[in-house]
Ligand binder design. Structure first.
Ligand SMILES: Cc1ncc(COP(=O)(O)O)c(C=O)c1O
Length: 399
């Protein structure tokens, strides 16, 4: 086995599947394509994209670049691949990126920055609104005149910002971080896996929010409900380097226009487009947070997800995540919830996440709150609840 791919598989690495179709709130990655997407996939004109011959991919890349106000775009297999090729395009081997210590890029991408890019990361703490302390950011740039130090080559931020319960980062904040990065001659990359959730929550144009950044990755396969794929946008030169990097990591996918066709539908104006629909997910997340906040045994997740202890605060749910702590053994609670037909997932240590998405309706939210109430009752006796900290008491647990 190659170095870098070691590690024992857990006994059961797949999520258990219940017999009945569940209300699946584990992630917005579980979304299924719409009828319009399926029709577009079936009818897609395709060609060899490595030769630049796939008209559907070319159209998707042109649409994405125009929407985000950039010169060019690149279709990639996943958000992780988007972040990876962006880093390969921005960073030289041995350079360093400045990024959040809890970010997807640092924690959930199998150390691609180290293994593939050859870059270190200077990790900063984020605050409960998803932002860096700007003085800490300024202090994180290395001294390029000191031969002992790595050379800072990139700043990366995440928008929406997962760990703060998927808060959207504003245009102003993005511009400020970009200005600081640019003062040091360093580009800004936005991991915008849920970039359009931020756009919708903030009520801004995509090009406004992307404007200050040198590159943005956004996912088609989350709330936009496409089966596969992400897009990276940036300058023509940057995208050329990212295209080379995509080849390096084996991401030249040939007739992948069948996948891009769904993306074109998702990004379209008109009734089949999926961007404005994200507002429904945000409303449902808020409804869910309100319903859960009233239940005994549900409380603040703590840390930057919700710094105030005590009950879950519905005001924290501004896009499509609801994260909470349960005064039960989390695995037992999740099992009981699954038996009641609702899937949620663990999110960090001792906290649980529910993600609203395409296919989840307001009626599902009411059913979910009822199932949570029942699952709390099911696990009240069996769990060592009394031995656990009261919900909301350990506010720093995620910090
Ligand atoms: C913030 C963030 N960035 C990147 C990714 C990676 O996306 P993918 O699962 O398509 O690799 C995710 C996935 O959930 C994410 O939440």
């Amino acid at each position: 086995m190659a170095a870098g791919c070691r590690g024992a598989p857990p006994a059961e690495w797949r999520y258990p599947r219940p017999a009945m179709p569940p209300i699946d709130l584990r992630s917005d990655t579980v979304t299924l394509p719409t009828p319009a997407m399926r029709a577009a996939i079936a009818a897609a004109e395709v060609g060899d994209d490595v030769y630049g011959d796939d008209p559907t991919i070319n159209a998707l890349e042109a649409r994405a670049a125009a929407l985000l106000g950039k010169e060019a775009a690149l279709f990639v297999a996943s958000g992780t691949m988007g972040n990876l090729v962006a880093q390969l395009a921005h960073l030289a081997r041995g350079q360093e990126a400045i990024a959040s210590r809890d970010s997807h890029l640092v924690v959930h991408e199998a150390s691609g920055h180290a293994v593939v890019v050859g870059a270190s990361v200077c990790m900063l703490r984020d605050r409960p609104d998803g932002t860096f302390d700007l003085d800490e950011l300024r202090a994180a740039f290395r001294d390029p005149g000191d031969p002992h130090q790595p050379v800072t080559g990139l700043v990366a931020i995440e928008n929406t910002h997962s760990q703060s319960m998927a808060r959207p980062l504003s245009v102003e904040y993005t511009r400020t971080v970009a200005d600081i990065a640019h003062e040091h001659g360093v580009p800004l990359h936005v991991d915008g896996a849920r970039f359009f959730n931020a756009v919708v929550a903030l009520g801004v144009r995509p090009a406004e929010l992307a404007g200050p950044a040198d590159s943005v990755t956004f996912c088609l396969s989350k709330g936009l409900a496409c089966p596969v794929g992400s897009v990276v946008v940036g300058s023509r030169d940057f995208i050329w380097r990212a295209r080379r990097a995509r080849k390096l990591v084996g991401g030249g996918m040939r007739q992948a226009g069948f996948l891009a066709a769904a993306g074109l539908v998702a990004l379209s104006d008109g009734p089949d487009g999926m961007i404005p629909r994200l507002a429904e997910d945000h409303r449902n997340a808020r409804l869910l947070a309100e319903g859960l906040a009233g239940l005994d045994g549900i409380g603040s997740p703590g840390g930057i997800t919700q710094p105030t202890p005590g009950p879950l605060d519905p005001d924290r749910a501004v896009t499509n995540f609801v994260v909470f702590r349960v005064d039960r053994e989390p695995a037992a609670f999740l099992d009981a919830l699954r038996d009641r037909g609702v899937l949620m997932g663990p999110f960090g240590r001792d906290t649980i996440r529910a993600v609203t998405h395409f296919g989840i309706r307001a009626a599902d939210i009411a059913a979910t709150v009822a199932a949570v109430r029942d699952a709390l009752a099911d696990t009240a006796e069996a769990s060592p609840g009394a031995a656990r900290p009261a919900v909301g008491a350990a506010s720093g647990a995620l910090a």
